[in-house]
Write a protein that binds this ligand. Sequence first.
Ligand code: NAD
Length: 295
Amino acid sequence: MNARVIDGKAIAAELRGQVAAGVAELKQRHGLTPGLAVVLVGGDPASQVYVTNKKKMTVEVGMRSFDYQLPADTTREALLAKVAELNADPGVHGILVQLPLPRKEDEALVIEAIDPAKDVDGFHPFNAGRLMTGQGGLIPCTPLGCLILLKRTLGDLSGKHAVVIGRSNIVGKPVAQLLLAESCTVTICHSRSRDIEALVRQGDIVVAAVGIPEMVKAGWIKPGATIIDVGINRIEKEGKTRLVGDAAYEEVSKIAGAITPVPGGVGPMTIACLLRNTLQAACRQHAVTCNVIAA
Ligand code: NAD
């Protein structure tokens, strides 16, 4: 039996539609238009594509989009000054500094400089801490997208064994925290884990966020498990560049109960959740209630 394909593209489009309705209501009731500022330092081609898509979708849901393309040699001081300017701008409700930065060592400093109330990427230690302590805050976009896909597929996640592969601050760790908050039993695997196959085989849910093309094989999967493949890997096949995930889709989909494709699974959810977070941030900053879509 082939696994059910989890259609992230369709679910993301639905989420963007709900955000657009929330934005329209905010404008009508309170005369407020949420604004999202995106700062891109340097000309990384993958980041350029991502930023262009963000801008298009921000405008489509009725928000204001502010773009700042800074040269790769922008000093740390100049970047921090730009963040401070956006923190102080009342028309900007969400700030996203596109990672990776040309100077990786500046990333933590820049993230901490963003006002936590405007930290729509959810990477600020304040929001990470609130996620860990179950206090609610701005949740990182890709992990939130994974959770929405899982809940749409499985409903109640309570008691399920979730295996997360990867422990990065932007995907693995926050996904694990979100699943713990849903009362899953959570195992986190990483580059030093031993007998990873046996660990993954315990999962009713497997979230793969590693960045190794087609690493997760059919033999690692418990029959009927739900697979969320976060990986986006470019590979050369027969002279063409193809996008593949961290799971070997063809073989894994014969064993799994449900699986996200790459592309068209988790990817589209990330921007939809960014827009959702921007709406949530705008509502909170103005102390107004609005129907921000729950995870
Ligand atoms: P990262 O490089 O920061 O982290 C990778 C993690 O994988 C690390 O924690 C490491 O311990 C673990 N790892 C490495 N080798 C391993 C191995 N052999 N076995 C088990 N674990 C291993 O990457 P990231 O930023 O978390 O991204 C992971 C993947 O997700 C990448 O392919 C990235 O492109 C993709 N991604 C997709 C989206 C999206 O919107 N869909 C967003 C962010 C990241």
